[in-house]
Structures are given as C-alpha cells and as structure tokens.
Write a protein that binds this ligand. Structure first.
Ligand code: AMP
Length: 120
C-alpha cells in the first residue's frame, strides 16, 4: 500500500536489516530496539491489525509461526526465551498501521504489563 513504511521495506524501497523471509512474511530488525533481539515479523500482505486476518490467510499464519522459530533460532534465543507482542489500534499502542509481531529477547523482558497501567 502506498505510503505504508512497512510495505516500502518489504518492496526494498527503503533499507532494513532483514533477518529472515519467505513468500508470505519478512522479518527485519526494529530501527529502535528495546532489547538485544528486537525483530519485527511482518506479513507481505498489507493488513492493518491482527483482526484483519481471515480464513484464507492460513498460509500467512503458518509463515508467521515458522518465522518466529527461525528468527529465535538465528538470534540464539530459542532456549533462553523471548516475548511476542502485537500492538493493535490506539489502546494497543500501535504506531505503524501494517500488522506486525515484535519478537523481543536476549535479556529478561520483565513483567508482561506495567502495574501502573489502570485496570479496567
Ligand atoms: P508498533 O508500536 O507496534 O506499531 O511498533 C512499530 C515499530 O516499528 C516500532 O518499534 C518502531 O521502532 C519500528 N519502526 C518504525 N520504522 C521502522 C523502520 N524504518 N525500520 C525498522 N523498524 C521501524
């Protein structure tokens, strides 16, 4: 989609550090890493949020799962562990409107969610 920064990365129009890819998914290093391993796993198909996946997207979901394992293996965090995060929409803190999974590892990532966030 024109104007989408992740579509431009996938198309090779802007530089990125790609660590793994297949026909459905590209995985590249986050430009502003929050952990020693911080990789974004992104479907080539432009979907905005996780809710936009549909029944026909099974092969993409499979590629996402394979990408997680392969990226974790490549970065040596398969055994030490890692966290997957998908931010969706305004309350989810999504900044780039092309669905993506953060894979974070290489250190203890800490509590799942800050206790100071109001519950509700
Ligand atoms: P989110 O808040 O889940 O939408 O996260 C978007 C992520 O994309 C952030 O962690 C950014 O650092 C990252 N990001 C933005 N632009 C780029 C880029 N050109 N290359 C790699 N990562 C990027």
């Amino acid at each position: 989609m024109s104007g989408c920064i992740f579509c431009k990365i996938i198309a090779g129009e802007i530089p990125s550090k790609i660590v793994w890819q297949d026909e459905n998914v590209v995985a590249f290093r986050d430009i502003s890493p929050l952990a020693p391993t911080h990789v974004l796993i992104v479907p080539r198909k432009h979907l905005v949020t996780f809710s936009d996946f549909s029944a026909g997207d099974g092969p993409i979901m499979t590629s996402l799962a394979v990408a997680v394992r392969e990226v974790a293996k490549l970065d040596g965090v398969l055994e030490s562990g890692y966290r997957l995060i998908v931010n969706n929409g305004p309350d989810g803190g999504q900044e780039v409107m092309h669905v993506h999974m953060h894979l974070l590892g290489g250190r203890n990532i800490g509590p799942m969610i800050k206790r100071s966030v109001p519950e509700g």
